[in-house]
Design a protein around this ligand. Structure first.
Ligand SMILES: NC(=O)c1ccc[n+]([C@@H]2O[C@H](COP(=O)([O-])OP(=O)(O)OC[C@H]3O[C@@H](n4cnc5c(N)ncnc54)[C@H](O)[C@@H]3O)[C@@H](O)[C@H]2O)c1
Length: 260
């Protein structure tokens, strides 16, 4: 007899679904027996998702997570199409055109805009999910994507000689998302719906980075170094599933040991 699929019959909303990690999460949830409502601002890349997976268990909606009314409407529409929404993953990565600069080159206005787009957007989606779960008295598992840099100081030496750095906004945003996740669990505890939220913090994801950088990064790791998105998606599927029903307010780091 086959083992039951971890997300059989569950409807999961994925924000940032068209991105490097998001599209792999969509595939992983579908493979685990779930249905996916995929949200992103990038309509063309969403279309590519339906080309791959079809539309029987996948609905793609072009939505900006900064738009509160659209988020609420999308959750209701998802409910009407597939039945109760039992979980969500936020893997969006909004940033402005000047994001990614060195510490002394970051302007105050850019710091504020990037934290507002990213941390503010995650806040709005957390509100929408908690409101939905409360109104429907619906058990709900939310997974927020953080990063190793939400809880560890950057290893700036790995970026030496490359155009890359670890932006200060990112440290503030991801630490903020991790702590907001703890806050939300405390706030929702004791209410009738059984809402829980956790973070997953990936290490760096492979995307054609410079060989010297990959080598230096890998020296801090156990075996692989930088990871593929598929190395992270299993942890996300687990947190969405009943197997993790008592995992509440945690941050699971998946980084091949980089942060250890
Ligand atoms: N790539 C990495 O190395 C890495 C490592 C650790 C953590 N993370 C985190 O994982 C998450 C996903 O990263 P990624 O590499 O897949 O990023 P990505 O840029 O490839 O994808 C992000 C997706 O979010 C969408 N998006 C941006 N703003 C949005 C908004 N306002 N509303 C809805 N969708 C929006 C984009 O269109 C894009 O499809 C991010 O939170 C990132 O911080 C990434």
């Amino acid at each position: 007899m086959n083992a039951p699929l971890l997300l059989q019959g569950k409807t999961i909303v994925v924000v940032g679904a068209a991105g490097r990690i998001g599209r792999v999460i969509v595939g992983a949830v579908l493979s685990a027996g779930g249905r996916v409502v995929a949200l992103d601002t990038d309509a063309a890349s969403l279309k590519a998702l339906t080309d791959i997976h079809g539309t029987a268990s996948l609905e793609c909606v072009s939505v900006d997570m900064a738009d509160r009314a659209s988020l609420d409407r999308t959750l209701v529409d998802a409910h009407n199409r597939f039945g109760a929404v039992e979980g969500a993953v936020n893997t969006a990565y909004p940033r402005n055109a000047r994001y990614g600069r060195h510490f002394f080159d970051v302007k105050y206005t850019d710091f504020c805009e990037n934290t507002s787009l990213h941390m503010g957007g995650y806040f709005l989606f957390m509100q929408a999910c908690a409101r939905y779960a409360l109104e429907l008295e619906q058990p709900f598992s939310l997974v927020n994507l953080s990063s190793i840099y939400g809880s560890m100081a950057p290893r700036f030496d790995v970026y030496a000689g490359t155009a890359m750095t670890m932006p200060v906004e990112y440290a503030a945003i991801k630490a903020g998302i991790e702590h907001m996740t703890r806050y939300l669990n405390a706030y929702m505890k004791g209410r009738s719906c059984g809402f829980r939220a956790n973070c997953v913090s990936p290490g760096g994801i492979l995307a054609g980075q410079d060989e010297q950088f990959l080598g230096r990064y890998g020296e801090h790791c156990l075996s692989k170094g930088m990871l593929d998105a598929s190395d992270v998606s299993g942890t996300i599927v687990f947190l969405l599933s009943e197997a993790a029903r008592h995992v509440v307010g945690q941050n699971i780091i998946v980084d091949d040991g980089f942060s250890v």
